[in-house]
Design a protein around this ligand. Structure first.
Ligand code: B12
Ligand code: SF4
Length: 649
């Protein structure tokens, strides 16, 4: 039995039959720095859920992340019993297409749908499938495959924020992802994650110690000390966070964490503790000036954000536009409110009534939902898909764009803002306290600032207007005040960056916009040594006009050998040695094609087959009709340890 777990297919971020150009597979360039041109921070995240599921099943599994449709078809031909397709609402049509491809290429394979898209009403009727499993996927699939639902969860090692680039240049390493848990009990009316996971929090890492050990393991495996923590409200679980902090302090770890947390949880945990822990970036849901959601009630968000930034912690403020109360005037109050917080990054998202959230259900009941709009357009970065009392769909596109543009024009490039914030950290009195954990973090921050110092001159020379040049210059002055005047190397680095930045600007102008992640294929429990063997055997044997390939088939692993020209004892001995060294588990079948063999001796072939019959359950020989009888006869005499057949082709 085997399972193929796949994300939907590439390309993303282009207008085609399956997607829209606004729907990029890049977190920042899609919905945060999207109007910042060459300064936009570009990177990709993998489909983390797939790796979590694969790591925690017993079923042999392959994860295929971001394949093209052609790569997906090719993978399917390897023969899987199940295919799990993970998709979100705007990728509905891609999931549908993939299900059709499964039925066409591999009709016996059962289709499982998972991920946020499964909340689309009547999804089982809209997509031809065998199972729809909404919610947390590890337990759902363990149950489906009759595995132990309560078995412990093992956190996979997965990179986060890959292919990070600014100005088209590599920009830092992304580090590892940590997913302490999924879901959130707060159940804000618009929030599909909370409702997708049935308004509960499911921890994958229950204690601070588990997080600590996982961070050490994943960090070591990826040679990184940076972690992107994918948890809706990481600091909300204060006891766990405090335990983690104690372990980090005790072991003097120079880790840094990027987290999502609510204002109330941050206030409760405290900025000093955040610094000790190495939290250098926080995603904070501000949503609206009117504290209409519980998480911001009674908190002075501006004061909190200023305090975070003054102490070197970068902040992303997330704001929702086209809420019920927004008119053409009040929407600017909210946009300006977010800008006035002076965050390092700002996300503006259109209110998105996504399936099964209270907002969706109430808009549907009121008849506001524009259900005729295809799901590809339900993503929040182009036009709203409901009737707003004060905005048309076209206006929603314009207001959203203007919000991002105003933010960029007022605050300048995020990349320069974060340089400013980090320097605040170096000057913060909190870091000067006599505390070993703070010392460790201070050193880490100083290293980063030094690197940023080299980049600032380039940013200044690339500035689009006088205001931006002045903003960058002010930050440079502050850096010079701290590190001393710029040296020749700073100017040389600046000149190089300015040149590259201008070329990149030209490239963007010419329309090279989309930045798709590559395909990833990771196999779990699929006897990886066999795959390795296949590659090696092929290389080894090609010289001798012989090749070997190992493939999964519906019954198990199949080794195909193709002999051509002449084979002699030396050739087969080398082949057998290679196989014997590498294969430690039985292969279901060995298929040997001898149709192209010009010359072979009975003795050589028999010796080879006898030996190979010890590690497979079946040998199938494909030969010409002329040789069928002869080969059958000598096989009858051979001492084979498995079943065999001779097929004339
Ligand atoms: C990382 C992320 C991204 C990344 C990369 C995603 C990727 N590689 O596909 C980026 C930044 C590129 C991204 C982009 C977008 N995203 Co996004 N993203 C997320 C985020 C923050 C985390 C997802 C994650 O990894 N979670 C951790 C893992 C462990 O959980 P999980 O993925 O949910 O997987 C679990 C279950 O869903 C389930 N499961 C998942 N797959 C499968 C498969 C099977 C077979 C089964 C049985 C179960 C199963 O089991 C898993 C383990 O429990 C979520 C919000 C969130 N907090 O979850 C939004 C979220 C998934 N994104 C969302 C949206 C809307 C988008 C965008 C459209 C944004 C936009 N406005 O343009 C784009 C779409 C890009 C595209 N073209 O596909 C929505 C989806 C809404 C919906 N109802 O469909 C979410 C929920 C955010 C939100 N609250 O609105 N996103
Ligand atoms: S607090 Fe955040 S994650 Fe939790 S329900 Fe509200 S918006 Fe969703």
């Amino acid at each position: 039995m085997s399972l193929l777990l796949t994300s939907v297919f590439r390309p993303f971020g282009v207008d085609d039959a399956y997607g829209r150009k606004e729907n990029k597979c890049e977190l920042f360039h899609n919905q945060v720095t999207r109007e910042q041109g060459i300064y936009s921070v570009r990177y990709n995240h993998r489909s983390f859920g797939l790796y979590f599921i694969a790591e925690n099943l017993r079923m042999p599994t392959v994860v295929l992340d971001f394949p093209t449709l052609r790569q997906f078809r090719k993978e399917l031909r390897k023969g899987y019993d199940y295919v799990g397709i993970s998709f979100i609402t705007p990728n509905f049509i891609k999931a549908k297409k993939m299900a059709e491809v499964v039925r066409e290429v591999s009709p016996s394979t059962q289709i499982i749908l998972g991920g946020h898209g499964t909340r689309i009403p009547d999804i089982e009727k809209l997509i031809d499938c065998d199972y729809v499993l909404p919610g947390e996927g590890i337990s759902a699939l363990r149950e489906l495959f009759g595995e132990d639902i309560d078995a412990p969860i093992h956190h996979p090692v997965v990179k986060a924020s890959e292919h990070k680039r600014v100005l088209g240049l590599p920009f830092g390493t992304g580090g590892a992802v940590l997913v302490p848990g999924v879901g959130c009990p707060n159940a804000c009316a618009f929030c599909c994650t909370s409702h997708f996971f049935d308004k509960t929090y499911t921890p994958f890492l229950k204690t601070g110690e588990e997080i600590y050990e996982t961070a050490c393991r994943c960090g070591d495996a990826l040679n990184s000390r940076e972690f992107f923590v994918m948890d809706e409200n990481f600091l909300k679980h204060k006891e766990r966070a405090v335990e983690l902090l104690k372990l980090l302090e005790k072991n003097k770890k120079k880790f840094s964490f990027s987290i999502f947390s609510s204002a109330e949880a941050i206030t409760d945990f405290g900025v000093e503790n955040m610094l000790k822990m190495g939290i250098n970036y926080v995603w904070l849901g501000v949503e609206s000036k009117r504290a209409i959601f519980e998480k911001t009630q009674g908190i002075d968000v501006k004061k909190l954000m200023t305090r975070l930034r003054q102490n070197g912690i970068m902040v992303l403020a997330s704001s929702i536009l086209f809420l019920d109360h927004h008119t053409k005037e009040t929407i600017w109050e909210d946009i300006d409110f977010a800008i006035d917080l002076r965050p390092d990054f700002t996300q503006f998202m259109q209110l998105g009534p996504l399936p099964q959230t209270p907002v969706y259900l109430s808009y549907k009941a009121k008849g506001w939902l524009r259900e005729e709009i295809p799901y590809e357009e339900w993503h929040g970065q182009h036009k709203i898909w409901f009737d707003h009392p004060h905005f048309t769909r076209d206006e929603s596109e314009v207001y959203l764009r203007k919000a991002f543009q105003r933010e960029f024009k007022t605050l300048g490039p995020s990349i320069v803002r974060i340089a400013d914030t980090m320097l605040n950290g170096l000057e913060s009195p909190l870091y000067q306290k006599d505390n070993p954990a703070l010392r460790v973090q201070f050193e880490r921050l100083r290293e980063r600032c030094r690197i940023y110092f080299y980049a600032l001159t380039g940013f200044k020379w690339l500035a689009m207007n006088r205001k931006m040049r002045k903003q960058t210059d002010d930050v440079i002055r502050r850096y010079e005040g701290y590190f001393g005047k710029r040296k020749l190397l700073h100017y040389l680095a600046g000149a190089g960056m300015a040149l590259i930045g201008n070329l990149y600007r030209l490239k963007l102008k010419l329309g090279f916009e989309a930045h798709n992640p590559p395909r990833f294929r990771v196999s779990y429990r699929m006897m990886p040594r066999y795959e390795e063997l296949c590659e090696k055997a092929r290389t080894l044997l090609q010289n001798r006009r012989t090749w070997a390939i190992l493939e999964p088939s519906t019954e198990g692993w199949a080794l195909s050998l193709h002999f051509s020209g002449k084979i002699n004892r030396k050739t087969v001995n080398a082949l057998f040695k290679r196989l014997n060294d590498q294969v430690h588990r039985p292969i279901q079948s060995v298929r040997i094609n001898v149709t192209a063999l010009a010359e072979f001796s009975e003795e050589t072939l028999t010796a080879f087959l006898e030996r190979i019959s010890h590690f497979c359950r079946e040998i199938r020989i494909y030969c010409s009709e002329l040789h069928q009888e002869k080969i059958t006869q000598f096989l009858e005499k051979a001492q084979l340890n498995c079943a065999y057949s001779v097929v004339a082709v």
